[in-house]
Structures are given as C-alpha cells and as structure tokens.
Design a protein around this ligand. Structure first.
Ligand SMILES: Nc1ncnc2c1ncn2[C@@H]1O[C@H](COP(=O)(O)OP(=O)(O)O)[C@@H](O)[C@H]1O
Ligand SMILES: [Mg+2]
Length: 159
C-alpha cells in the first residue's frame, strides 16, 4: 500500500449525503486526471457514489454497473475540452492477460478520470491511486466513510 498523505472522515446518514459528497468532489478541476479507488463490501455504495459523481459531472442517462463488462466509459465536455471517464469494477477480474488485451494499461496511462471498484482484484497491475474512498455500511442508510490521499493531486482533491 502506498503511503497516506492525508485522511478525511465523513459520515453519510443517507444517500443524499453520498450525493452531496460526490457533487463536492465533482467541482474540483483536478478531477480531470485523477485515479480514484472505491473500497467497501458489496452493497456499500461504491457504484452509487460513482453514479452521483458522474451525474454531477454532467453524464446523462444511465450509469451501468460494470460488473460484467469490467469497464464502462464516458465522455463529457468540461472547461471547453473533452474529458474521458472510465469506470471499472474488477470484482470478476481474474485474467492478467486481459489487462493487456483489453487495453487497460493504456487507459491508466491516459489523461482522464479513472474510477475503480474492487481494485484489490487487480493488485500489482494498477498504478498508485490519488484517492482511496472506503465506504463502511452501518445501520440502515448510514455509511462511515474515510478518504485517503496518496499523491499531491489526491491531497488537492480532499482539501
Ligand atoms: N448512504 C448511502 N450511500 C450510498 N448508497 C446507499 C446509502 N444508503 C443506502 N444506499 C443504497 O445502497 C445500495 C448500494 O449499492 P451499490 O452502490 O451497487 O453498492 P456497491 O457498488 O458498493 O456494491 C444502493 O441501493 C443505494 O441506494
Ligand atoms: Mg458496485
């Protein structure tokens, strides 16, 4: 694990708080070249957070969970430029050869926003994340959330 440069703790009493946190993150200009990992058990709210983030960024229509496809990609216009966004879910990833064949190495070398659920399933292949978001379900809709920054860009994003 790469060193933690900064940590921010949050409590989401409900999904609206998750949406508000995603909307706050969406306002950061540094997001255009960020790699964010989402950690937490099944049903924690990783995909939900990504949905709120993408909608806050202006993605229209359905944001599908990439559980089967491994990756869904989007393009939005932001600051008069095209911003590519890649949403991964590595829950079912088990073939490192696919990393090369599917072009994932190229994605992580490109400028754009990368959001990754189940990054632990692709350990050793992924570069260092800027941010890690850990979502822990508590009672009902309550989530305890900690966000760690691992790069200067990550520190900027949680400031
Ligand atoms: N505070 C909350 N934050 C995020 N999602 C929540 C919250 N409370 C309830 N939910 C619900 O929990 C579920 C999370 O599912 P999902 O985002 O698919 O989880 P994951 O991708 O982590 O497996 C959704 O049905 C969402 O509506
Ligand atoms: Mg998910």
């Amino acid at each position: 694990m790469s060193p933690i440069l900064e940590t921010s703790s949050q409590r989401w009493p409900n999904e609206a708080a998750c949406a508000a946190s995603a909307a706050a993150l969406a306002r950061h200009p540094g997001l255009r070249n960020a790699f964010i990992e989402l950690h937490g058990p099944l049903g924690a709210g990783k995909t939900t957070f990504v949905r709120h983030l993408l909608h806050a960024l202006g993605v229209e229509g359905r944001v599908k969970s990439p559980t089967y496809a491994l990756m869904e990609s989007y393009e939005i216009e932001r600051d008069a430029a095209v911003l590519p966004i890649w949403h991964f879910d590595f829950y079912r990833f088990d073939d490192p050869q696919e990393w090369e064949d599917a072009g994932f190495r190229d994605v992580f070398a490109s400028t754009g926003l990368k959001l990754v659920e189940w990054p632990e399933k692709a350990e050793g292949l992924l570069p260092r994340a800027d941010l890690r978001v850990f979502i822990e379900p508590e009672a009902d809709e309550q989530r305890s959330v900690s966000i760690t920054a691992h790069t200067p860009l990550g520190m900027e994003l949680i400031a």
